[in-house]
Design a protein around this ligand. Structure first.
Ligand code: PT1
Length: 282
């Protein structure tokens, strides 16, 4: 990709001439938080504020869990979770907000509320999503996946090397978006770690990720706390940060420009340290 590129994300300009960190803000209800909407909104705001203070360039808000085995939610439910948080992050923090959604209604409403980026793990394949994304005027991250969250980890297999499968799929999605009138300048790509891939697929995909540079679009990656770390190191989810930082460093070396993470402060240090070394070799 053009190393001086920056991306217009609504009223924010995102400088991608160096790698940036995206902080994850899940707004999916869990068994621990039943304190009602106001408490949840307040918690979300404080969490986002902290991630921004720690150096996150943008906040990714998601109302549908897409981790393996997760159930799907209705568009209305997703909208009810996401919209108040997007609105508050924009109004109270003037944050650059990314919305992790595949749902056209959520894309439209979030854009109207001031979101700056659409992050769709289904690459605008849902009916109406491509039109909604085009209409939003926002940049879009297209991600590779095989299957749906409910069943994608059952027996993932590929007929060609994983990096080829991923590159071919993403190239086809880019072509479809461009044909529909979504300009290339508005696209980012994500190899989709953990989405219909074995541990070996994920490790090889990271190793060969530089192949995706040929598509000449900014790369976004998400590996934070994922089971690929858990399986290699035999660590539960709360002990995966050191492994994740190692992967972050490798991803930056192989061209990633946005790192989607839970642990912002240590990830910003890992990214900046890695970049300090790479920059001297330019
Ligand atoms: C991702 C991503 C995402 N990941 C983008 N958006 C998730 N662009 C949600 C596991 O194996 O990588 N890129 N939005 C979360 N998905 C998963 C998948 C979480 C796998 C956990 C696993 O543990």
């Amino acid at each position: 990709m053009n190393p001086t590129a920056s991306l217009m994300c609504g009223r924010h300009r995102l400088d991608l001439s160096y790698p940036r960190v995206m902080g994850i803000l899940n707004v999916t209800p869990d068994s621990f938080s039943d304190g009602g909407r106001h408490v949840a909104l307040d918690d979300a705001l404080r969490h986002a504020e902290r991630m921004l203070a720690e150096g996150a360039a943008l906040i990714d808000v998601g109302g549908e869990s897409t981790r393996p085995g997760a159930d799907s939610v209705s568009p209305q439910e997703e909208l009810d979770r996401v919209a108040p948080v997007v609105e508050a992050l924009v109004r109270e923090l003037d944050a650059l907000v990314s919305v992790d959604t595949s749902c056209p209604e959520v894309m439209r409403e979030s854009a109207a509320l001031g979101a700056g980026l659409i992050n769709d793990v289904r690459s605008l394949e849902r009916e109406g999503a491509l039109a909604a994304a085009i209409g939003s005027g926002l940049p879009v991250c297209l991600m590779h996946r095989q299957g749906e969250p409910q069943d994608m980890q059952q027996a993932p297999r590929y007929d060609v090397p994983i990096e080829e499968a991923v590159a071919d799929y993403l190239a086809a999605r880019v072509a479809e978006c461009e044909a529909a009138g979504l300009r290339r300048e508005r696209l980012l790509l994500d190899p989709g770690f953990g989405f219909g891939k074995t541990v070996e697929h994920n490790l090889r995909l990271l190793n060969r990720m530089a192949c995706l540079d040929e598509l000449e679009l900014p790369l976004l990656v998400g590996m934070s706390r994922k089971s690929m770390i858990g399986k290699v190191l035999e660590r539960p989810v709360e002990e995966r940060l050191p492994g994740g930082l190692a992967l972050t460093s490798l991803a930056v070396e192989r061209g990633a420009r946005i790192l989607r993470v839970h642990d912002v402060a240590p990830s910003v240090d890992a990214v900046n340290m890695t970049w300090a070394v790479l920059k001297e070799g330019c």
